[in-house]
Design a protein around this ligand. Sequence first.
Ligand code: ADP
Ligand code: MG
Length: 289
Amino acid sequence: MTIDIIEPDSAQAAAESVERAFSWFSEIERRCSRFDLDSEVMRLSAQIGSPVVVSELLFQAITFALSVAELSGGAFDPTLGGSLEARGFNRNYQTGETVDSGLRTAAVATYADVVLDPVGSTITLLRPLILDLGAVVKGMAIDLAALELRSFENYSINAGGDIYVAGHGPDSDRWNIGLRNPRQPDQIFETLRVSNVSVCTSGDYERRSGNGFAGHHIVNPKTRRSPPAIASLTVVAPTAMVADALGTAAFVLGPRRGLRFLERQGVEGLIVSPTLVSHETKGFSRYRQ
Ligand code: ADP
Ligand code: MG
């Protein structure tokens, strides 16, 4: 993660805000990581059939994930943790350790098996399943970090390719964001000029499984395979949580349905195919000017 603040009035105020901003990432990790058996979400995943009282943060993350699941007709599904673990996506990136939850999961489980009770702040899992909030919580952490920086005019937050920018960068009236060529990730495919938005990119080159699974880290819940028709997908949206999650949903829906989905949700997106042909939403080109 990188945070940049352009010419803050007080270096000390900036340092304190940056520290508070970073602390959201560890807080979210502690509550929402699938790669830590002691995290709140993994303790929840170990309790099937009875209501569990959860923190506000976890409740909000799951509520948001379930609404994206509904909006996308189940293309997005936060109950894929078992499938992802079985495919070898189970290494803690901080410790390098492989995490085996030992939890049994039902192949038929879907987001419909997660029941929310906002009054009691409880969540009930109706079938054995492992929640995976990987497509939601990085964006959520960026948005919470941005709240800590709101007294500054010009700043950027970059969490591994998911970005939020406010105001302008060091030498422009906006921020310039380079999108990688998905087949040559050390090269820039094109540059966007944006301000006060989040830009999140998902790529098929990003993460591969450790155990020979042919796909990458995005899985279609219906086929249990990785969607083959998209190499990378970028969403520009007002918040990182929205950009992050809608991007993953559109990735599963595929180029045509994915772009229609993004347009319906009122956000802009760019999809690059494995042969480097791009398709984009109607309003996307405004970010090139
Ligand atoms: P990145 O982590 O590179 O930003 P994404 O934002 O595209 O990537 O999120 C991918 C993550 O989303 C995966 O690592 C996994 O945790 C989760 N995921 C994979 N497939 C789905 C899906 N169909 N629905 C919801 N979440 C998914
Ligand atoms: Mg993402």
